[in-house]
Design a protein around this ligand. Structure first.
Ligand SMILES: [Zn+2]
Length: 172
């Protein structure tokens, strides 16, 4: 189904991000100004008719989940030990963690993210290291309990709202 407005058909939010086209059908629909988007809160993917908007995909658009620059204290608990780090960017499906811990690609651990001091941590049951570059580690969230996922989505929604507010005040 092709939508006419840029709100998510699943959750109704409008924190969406244009993503790359998939397959010949979407390439073809692009000729008619139908563009794919992904909701950054619930991750639903959908098509929107945008008359007059022909988009050329860029590398940035190919990333399906937008990450926000953040600075949240984080603890990582593995089989062997507990380490600490800082989330430097975050999305609902993963993020980048800076840590001195010797993390190698494929390492799986439990992650506790502390967005606010004193508030309970957001618990990611299972996260896996996708890439490592010095002390920077790209993490993908594999397993998150529903109530924790809800909190993570609320946090990302707040991040989007702040980013949007800053973009508006900057353009004035
Ligand atoms: Zn949504």
């Amino acid at each position: 189904m092709i939508r006419l407005n840029t709100t998510c058909p699943q959750c109704g939010k409008d924190f969406i991000h244009r993503v790359g086209r998939r397959g010949w059908r979407e390439q073809w629909l692009g000729l008619f100004c139908v563009n794919p988007f992904r909701c950054q809160i619930c991750m639903q993917r959908f098509l929107v008719l945008q008359p007059g908007h022909w988009h050329v995909s860029s590398v940035r658009e190919r990333r399906e989940s937008e990450r926000f620059p953040v600075k949240f204290f984080t603890s990582l608990t593995g089989d062997q030990a507990q380490e600490t780090g800082t989330m430097v960017n975050l999305g609902v499906q993963g993020g980048c963690c800076q840590s001195e811990a010797g993390l190698t690609i494929g390492t799986v651990f439990r992650l506790n993210i502390h967005p606010e001091e004193g508030a309970p941590a957001i618990e990611i049951e299972s996260a896996v290291v996708q890439w490592s570059l010095g002390t920077w580690h790209g993490l993908e969230f594999r397993q998150v309990a529903p109530e924790q996922e809800q909190r993570l989505r609320q946090l990302m929604e707040a991040c989007w709202a702040i980013a949007r507010g800053e973009a508006r005040s900057g353009s004035r």
